[in-house]
Structures are given as structure tokens and as C-alpha cells.
Write a protein that binds this ligand. Structure first.
Ligand code: MLT
Length: 396
């Protein structure tokens, strides 16, 4: 028996596991203090009423033999047509037309971002923005793939553009986690052109697209001409509709995406029908309701609430003269650590002096060193209280 020794090349802990461990140790040592968590992007608003009602109805369906459901329909890898129709409707509102068999319902973006690698050969080279969501790097380290990095920094507005790197698989995340920077449709066109010229494939993480307000920014890579020939898009109801605990997402693999004479859509369908048994009926019904007219209105209210939290955080940092980006088309605020401190040193300092947990920028990559991420997904009360503590601790 041999283990997959590529795992030994991983850092000891997944970023948010390390943040969680440090937080738990601090809480244990200081049970009297009220710690405010603005670290992992976990939602705090209750689900939209339409989703709750749809899930109640789905549970009732399961209680009657006439309407009981077992496995989902195998025609679309266990996705129910009502959910596929509502996802197609949401894309149509962005000007993108999809067919049902191009959409794969998942239990969230994180799983698919890792699982998709099954359909790509090990000797592909991947290009990953730095800093970025650590799952892209970790899953490729596990698979022993060669990784190149595209530096995202102040000079390029945290939006790296193609620079001729010899990559076969390109990860893009827009609006970006952690920096909050988002590509314009024009910038994405340059990535699409580059990917097509190299026969590469873009894995486009659109988990935060619902936070885009500016019309020049893309909400889907398929809003860019030619993207269906070179991009897979990974989406989630987690941040859009507060489904972090419910679990439901979707991945689009266009039928036009063909490499080496093989349809990637077919490969992914084959992979999913073998290794995955679908998302629960109850979750799927809740998700389908979210993209109804009333559902869209209700989730917009929750997103507006988080956006206001982001504005409050940005205002506080402005008053403290701390440089920051994000928070406008994104739920994340990316701030520079005051006094040139390194990310983990600032994490410890903020925890010990203000009882606030954030996420150290260096956990997202080398270029994140010296930065710190705060999330707007907290409650309003916690956000206001955290800002008050920041003012007290970091103010003059
Ligand atoms: C984050 O905080 O970066 C995200 O919540 C992590 C995730 O979505 O898995």
C-alpha cells in the first residue's frame, strides 16, 4: 500500500481550519470575551421565505407515497427539471442561453472545483491567481500538478491579465475571493482569447456574481463571446441565497467545449453519474424557488443587507486611513495590515486586542502577505460592534 504522497506537499492545515483552531483556542483561554467572527464567508441572514416554503412543500412530498422521491432523475445527473429551468431563467436574464444538459447541479462550488480535476490529465500545467481561494491550489497539489501563479497586486488592481504563461488550465475567480476585485467583460474577453489560442480551459468561479452591481463587470464568463468553447463556470447558491448550510450549487459545462476530439460535457456527466448521487430533493426545491421572480426579489434584500455591512466596514477603514479594496461588487473587504505588519501577526493582534477574527491575506497566497480579509456576511450588530472596536484599537 502506498499513500498519495502528493498530500505531503500540502500545508499542514486548510486555511479556514487553522483560523478555526486558533479562534477556538483563544475562546477557551478567554471565555469571558465576546469574539466577533468576520473570517470565513459564512452567511447569517435567514433563508428567503420562498425557499423555506418550497422546502417545506418538498418535505411534505416525501411524506406521501404518491409524491415520494428517491434518487433524482438520472437524465440530468439527478437534477430536477424545475431547478434546471430556474437556473436557465437566471442565465437568460444575463443574456446567456443554456440547455438543461449543460447544467450540473452540485452540493456547492467547493466540491466541484476540486472534483472537476478528475477529467484533466495530471501533466497539465495550471495557472492560479495569487492571492485566491486556497481550494484551487490545494486540490492541484493533491493531484501533483505543476502550478504557475499570476500575481494579483496593487499595480494591476488585483486583476492579473494573460502574460503568455504556458498554462493548460486557468482559474479565474470574479468577483475575486479574497480581494473583491472583479473583471470587466472586456478583460474577460482577453482571457478567453488567450485560452482559445492555447487550447486551454478556464475554470471560472462565479460564486460571488450576485454581488456585482456595476454593469461593465461580468456576472458570467458566458457574457463574453466565444467563452463556451473554452470555459467551465462554477456557481453556488451559498452566497447568492444563503445556502451554506443547505448545500446546492451548479456547474456549467457547455457542449461546445471539446478537447482532443472529446466533449468535456460528456466526460463530466460520466464522472458525475459514477461518483455522485445528486443533491437532496429538498435542497433542490429550495434552490429552484430562489430564482423565481419573488425569490430574486427576496434574495436581493439579503444581498443589499450584506452590501451595507461592506459599506460600513469600508467607511470605518477610510476614517482610519487604512488602504483597502473590494466591498463594492463583493462581500469581501481586502485591507492592508496597519504598520506594515504581516498577515498572521495582525490576525493575532486583532484577536487579542479587539476580539475580532478576520482572515490573514497570506493564507490566500504569497501576494496576500501584509493584507487581511474581512467579510460582510456577519450580522449588522456584529459588523457595527466590530467597526467600533477597530476604531478604538486602531484609531489615534
Ligand atoms: C471563504 O470564506 O473564503 C469562503 O466562505 C470559503 C468557501 O466558500 O468555501
Amino acid at each position: 500500500m502506498k499513500i498519495n504522497s502528493d498530500f505531503l506537499n500540502l500545508k499542514d492545515n486548510y486555511l479556514f481550519a487553522k483560523v478555526g483552531e486558533k479562534t477556538a483556542a483563544y475562546r477557551k483561554a478567554h471565555p469571558e470575551r465576546r469574539v466577533i467572527r468576520l473570517s470565513i464567508g459564512d452567511v447569517t441572514r435567514p433563508l428567503a421565505p420562498v425557499a423555506i416554503e418550497a422546502m417545506h412543500r418538498a418535505v411534505d412530498d416525501l411524506s406521501r407515497k404518491e409524491t415520494f422521491k428517491g434518487y433524482g432523475p438520472d437524465r440530468y445527473c439527478y437534477a430536477y427539471e424545475s431547478l434546471l429551468e430556474s437556473i436557465k431563467g437566471s442565465y437568460a436574464r444575463k443574456g446567456v442561453s443554456l440547455s438543461s444538459d449543460e447544467i450540473f447541479v452540485s452540493d456547492g462550488a467547493k466540491s466541484d472545483l476540486g472534483n472537476l480535476l478528475d477529467i484533466f490529465a495530471k501533466d497539465n500545467t495550471v495557472l492560479v491567481p495569487d492571492p485566491v481561494y486556497p481550494v484551487y491550489v490545494d486540490t492541484n497539489v493533491m493531484a501533483g500538478r505543476r502550478i504557475l501563479y499570476a500575481a494579483a497586486n496593487e499595480e494591476n488592481g488585483f486583476l492579473p491579465m494573460p502574460d503568455g504563461a504556458e498554462a493548460d488550465i486557468i482559474y479565474l475567480c470574479s468577483p475575486n475571493n479574497p480581494t473583491g476585485a472583479a473583471y470587466t467583460k472586456k478583460q474577460l474577453a482577453a482571457w478567453v482569447e488567450y485560452a482559445k489560442a492555447r487550447d486551454a480551459v478556464i475554470l471560472y468561479d462565479a460564486a460571488y456574481e450576485a454581488f456585482v452591481t456595476d454593469d461593465s463587470l461580468a456576472r458570467s464568463i458566458y457574457q463574453t463571446e466565444g467563452a463556451k468553447d473554452c470555459a467551465i463556470e462554477i456557481c453556488s447558491f451559498s452566497k447568492t441565497a444563503g445556502f451554506t448550510g443547505v448545500r446546492c450549487g451548479y456547474t456549467v459545462v457547455p457542449k461546445a467545449l471539446v478537447r482532443e476530439g472529446t466533449s468535456l460535457n460528456r466526460l463530466w456527466a460520466r464522472r458525475q453519474s459514477t461518483k455522485f448521487n445528486g443533491v437532496s430533493y429538498v435542497s433542490q426545491m429550495g434552490a429552484a424557488a430562489v430564482f423565481s421572480e419573488e425569490g430574486e426579489r427576496q434574495i436581493a434584500e439579503n444581498i443589499a443587507y450584506y452590501r451595507e455591512n461592506a459599506r460600513i466596514i469600508c467607511d470605518t477603514l477610510d476614517k482610519l486611513h487604512i488602504a483597502h479594496t473590494g466591498g463594492k461588487n463583493s462581500p469581501y473587504v481586502w485591507m492592508k495590515c496597519p504598520g506594515g505588519k504581516d498577515s498572521w501577526a495582525f490576525f493575532d493582534e486583532l484577536l487579542e486586542n479587539a476580539d475580532i477574527v478576520g482572515t490573514p491575506g497570506s493564507g490566500f497566497g504569497k501576494n496576500g502577505e501584509g493584507y487581511f480579509r474581512l467579510t460582510a456576511f456577519g450580522t449588522r450588530e456584529d459588523t457595527l460592534e466590530a467597526c467600533e472596536r477597530l476604531r478604538k484599537y486602531l484609531g489615534d
